[in-house]
Ligand binder design. Sequence first.
Ligand code: APR
Length: 320
Amino acid sequence: MARKKIALIGAGNIGGTLAHLAALKGLGDIVLFDVAEGIPQGKALDLSQCGPVEGFDSTITGSNDYADIAGADVIIVTAGVARKPGMSRDDLLGINLKVMKAVGEGIKANAPGAFVICITNPLDAMVWALREFSGLPHHMVVGMAGVLDSSRFSHFLADEFKVSVKDVTSFVLGGHGDTMVPVIQYSTVSGIPVPDLIAMGMSTQEKIDAIVKRTRGGGGEIVALLKTGSAYYAPATSGIAMAEAYLYDQKRVLPAAAYVSGEYGLDDLYVGVPVVMGAGGVEKIVEIKLDDEAKGNLQVSVDAVKELIVACKGIDGSLN
Ligand code: APR
């Protein structure tokens, strides 16, 4: 069987890290695409030279031509501008919307059968726009945010409870932004929900509230420290987990920015919800029961996403 083909649109910090991980994990042959000339070619050559040391045979090619993504099985999109200190994800809207248009058209013309994972921010609006511009089926276009946000939440919870990250599962819903909704009743240590762990004296509500707040600001905390860009290791790792769920038909239950049509009472937008991800792309949206507080928080988050979609339509009339 021929190797799978992974196309990475955007060869910046996340794109390069995605290529490295995809090669180390042997996901398939890799094409790194970017508008900047030389960057994808240089990174591809550098990464190819890891092959003899690591023992991988995947080819890694750099390109400035969309024709080279033809026939890709998975496409991960990180093209665009990353956040600078003081810039919110929403400030990126106008710049990255234009990028999504070019990328969507490139995918439509060259790889319409691919499973597309969008990472470019502001995530929920960009994945919606990318789907519109590409014309691909909704279940084949998804946004990566929840895996990263819940990984951040799990990391902080494991640290607080002083337990292995392997035993922590956590759920973050809603938009990828300051209004995201970490859901503590579905976050557990080996199946024991966080509220029960608080009742058992293993932490306090105040400490968990602080962790929720830190998770919401998780991206900004890293931007403030780096000063010259935004997080890339954990975003890349999270994107690869989603690619693997599709390529290996894992039927994983992952939080992802998915297209909702009726689920959670929401319609015609992308927002972070739990989904079953496998060879069919987004195979199912899982509708978990939320308490009133989580429902209210989800609505605030959804309203923020809707506002961005309206703004996108205002900028590009073809989206109406
Ligand atoms: N087509 C393809 N690539 C593009 C385009 C375009 N139209 N416009 C910009 N790029 C490329 C840039 O040349 C750059 O190499 O996208 C790359 C972005 O890389 P970085 O600036 O290093 O950003 P990165 O940290 O990888 O983040 C990318 O993901 O998490 C989000 O907020 C983040 O939106 C940002 C994106």
